[in-house]
Design a protein around this ligand. Structure first.
Ligand code: FES
Length: 117
């Protein structure tokens, strides 16, 4: 199983193919935001990759990052990424300190919208 390392939280084994956003919630038990419920609309699920950043990017992720002007290297939408190999990330969008009342609706098990690469 791939290993997910989250700075300040630890290293966790995650089921291969699991959405990164859901692994951050379930396995790592973080307060990662996902306000739009994993639909590539809000960017609150963004994380900073430290290692293992996937090269593939869904069209929805690319378009949303461009539309929001998010161009920092290694900043990716965790709702648009599957855990296929070891990854190391830093949380940069958490419930703590956000002023929001909750993390957002639970994202579906599969990437939404239907991925186009
Ligand atoms: S863009 Fe909203 S949860 Fe990923």
């Amino acid at each position: 199983m791939p290993q997910l390392t989250v700075e300040e939280f630890g290293t966790f084994e995650v089921p291969a193919g699991k959405r990164l956003v859901n692994a951050l919630i379930d396995e790592a038990a973080t307060d990662q935001l996902h306000a739009c419920g994993g639909l590539a609309r809000c960017t609150t699920c963004r994380v900073q990759f430290i290692g293992g950043e996937p090269t593939a990017m869904t069209l929805a992720e690319r378009q949303t990052l461009q539309a929001r002007g998010i161009e920092s290297p290694g900043v990716r939408l965790s709702c648009q990424i599957s855990c296929g190999s070891d990854m190391k990330v830093q949380l940069i969008s958490r419930l703590q300190g956000s002023g929001r009342s909750d993390q957002g609706n639970r994202p579906a098990d599969s990437i939404e919208p239907e991925p186009q690469w």
